[in-house]
Design a binder for this molecule. Structure first.
Ligand SMILES: [Zn+2]
Length: 268
């Protein structure tokens, strides 16, 4: 069993920046960002193969899940493309030996962190599990961790790396850039980021025995704060007993779930 997953978002790669008021999608250098995300993902994949991986699946997960330049990836990888509303993780039921997160970003509300958001910057003000705010780092690691897969490595801006080490103290991290504001960074050179990610993933494999799955036992209390009243009122959120989430205040819904990511399923 030597199959690894490299999950790739766009916001956290070297030199990625949003246009003011927009997202990474309408950044002035979005084509560069897609290429850099591809190169950073490829560095992780090559490091995994060099460290003994037999199979690597690259999961292209920003937005609709179709952002990378696939021909530039190492030809040994498989590529998970696309998204559905039922399930975030492209789970084929095949065991995974490790998860690597590339290009991730800090959660919504992180001060000064570039493009900090949780799933949708226009929808959510925050999502808390058992009273603690979670971002995409924790949700994705938990969804894969439920299958026993350890989280090995995270690359992000410096704030995202701090968030990763808070949730997964054993993890190897590489900061591709330092965040000064939502729209300002000091970045590594793109080639330096690629080199550090390669070395970081190799280090993570050398420390493989220390790596753990990120698992939070259920049931959990899930609290979702929306940015708009109508979004809070219209949200279809059902708890583990099939009842609608209650209102904590007009912007905030809460309920008990079997698993932390259960609110993303239309019927769970
Ligand atoms: Zn993204």
């Amino acid at each position: 069993m030597k199959r690894f997953m490299v999950a790739v978002d766009l916001e956290g790669v070297a030199c990625a920046l949003p246009q003011p008021g927009g997202s990474v999608e309408d950044s002035f250098n979005i084509e560069f960002v897609r290429g850099q995300a591809t190169r950073e993902a490829n560095a992780a994949a090559r490091a995994l193969f060099a460290g003994g991986a037999e199979e690597v699946v690259v999961w292209d997960n920003h937005g609709r899940g179709c952002s990378l330049n696939y021909r530039e990836l190492d030809s040994r990888v498989e590529i998970a493309i696309g998204a559905t509303v039922e399930r975030r993780i492209p789970d084929e039921g095949r065991p995974l030996a490790g998860l690597v997160l590339i290009g991730y970003h800090a959660m919504e509300g992180t001060p000064q962190a570039v493009m900090a958001h949780t799933f949708s910057s226009v929808t959510y003000q925050g999502i808390a599990i058992n009273g603690e705010n979670w971002g995409e780092l924790a949700f994705d690691a938990c969804a894969v961790g439920d299958h026993g897969c350890p989280i090995l490595f995270v690359s992000s801006d410096d704030a995202g790396c701090r968030e990763a080490r808070h949730f997964f103290p054993w993890v190897e991290t590489v900061a591709t850039k330092r965040s000064l504001a939502f729209t300002r960074i000091v970045s590594l050179h793109p080639d330096a980021a690629v080199e550090r990610i390669y070395a970081g993933v190799r280090r993570a494999l050398e420390r493989y025995d220390e790596m753990e799955p990120f698992v939070v036992p259920g049931p959990v209390r899930c609290e979702i704060r929306y940015k708009r009243l109508d979004a809070a009122q219209h949200a279809h959120l059902v708890d583990r007993e099939g009842k609608a989430f209650a209102f904590l205040d007009p912007f905030t819904r809460f309920g008990m779930l079997d698993r932390p990511w259960g609110f993303m399923l239309p019927d769970a």
